[in-house]
Design a protein around this ligand. Structure first.
Ligand code: SAM
Length: 197
């Protein structure tokens, strides 16, 4: 295991999930998904950690996160990369996460309210992209906005079950996908089904 991976695990063990929760704070330490309101959830901590490690973040990385939710995953990403650009479509969650991340002292996070399924073109390309909602297919704009040498993690499948998918774009722009695990996420909303890359 690399030093960065060890540091991420240690950071994660100390991170208090209840800081990003509004209700059911007693469940913060359980390895279970918890509600954050508006029909949305934070995944179980073991999955958040696993996805962070698989994303392979590094101190110089520019990261796009689609699905800010509570800001819990954003916190971990922001601690181990240079900049995080995070998009959330539900205004109340976006506002709450923005406040929490500012209160936690992050200056390297930009939060946007909107449809992240088409990415955030203004700041592209991204070295790493993480989507924390279930897509029916890999959104073409996200592949477009991934840097050469970049990696994206995205759950792809039906609303009830998805394959956690690693998308790697090599230095020549070739894209390779690898299925890693079965996961269950809330649906990725948005217009990406119709969008061209
Ligand atoms: N990673 C988050 C956390 O740590 O709290 C949890 C994310 S939750 C499983 C998925 C989030 O994706 C929800 O907050 C949902 O509103 C958001 N979402 C779904 N479709 C979206 C879209 N097209 N653009 C931005 N956010 C979206």
């Amino acid at each position: 295991m690399s030093t960065v991976e060890n540091e991420i695990i240690q950071y994660f063990q100390k991170l208090d999930r209840s800081f990003y929760m509004e209700t059911d704070k007693g469940m913060a330490h359980m390895d279970q998904p918890v509600s954050i309101g508006h029909g949305q959830t934070i995944s179980q901590p073991s999955l958040v950690l696993k996805m962070t490690l698989l994303l392979d973040v590094y101190p110089e990385a520019k990261v796009l996160e689609v699905g800010t939710g509570s800001g819990f995953q954003t916190d971990v990403l922001a601690s181990f990369s240079k900049e995080v650009y995070t998009v959330e479509r539900i205004e109340a969650l976006h506002e709450r996460a923005k406040e929490k991340l500012a209160a936690a002292g992050y200056h390297n996070v930009k939060c946007k309210l909107g449809d992240g399924s088409c990415g955030w073109k203004e700041y592209a390309p991204y070295d790493r992209i993480i989507v924390t909602a279930a897509a029916s297919k890999i959104p073409p704009h996200l592949i477009d906005q991934l840097a050469f040498g970049g990696k994206m993690l995205i759950p792809v499948g039906t609303p009830v079950s998805q394959e956690l998918t690693l998308v790697e774009k090599d230095e020549g722009g070739e894209v390779k996908t690898t299925f890693l695990d079965h996961v269950v996420f809330v649906k990725l909303q948005g217009d990406y089904d119709e969008a061209e890359g």
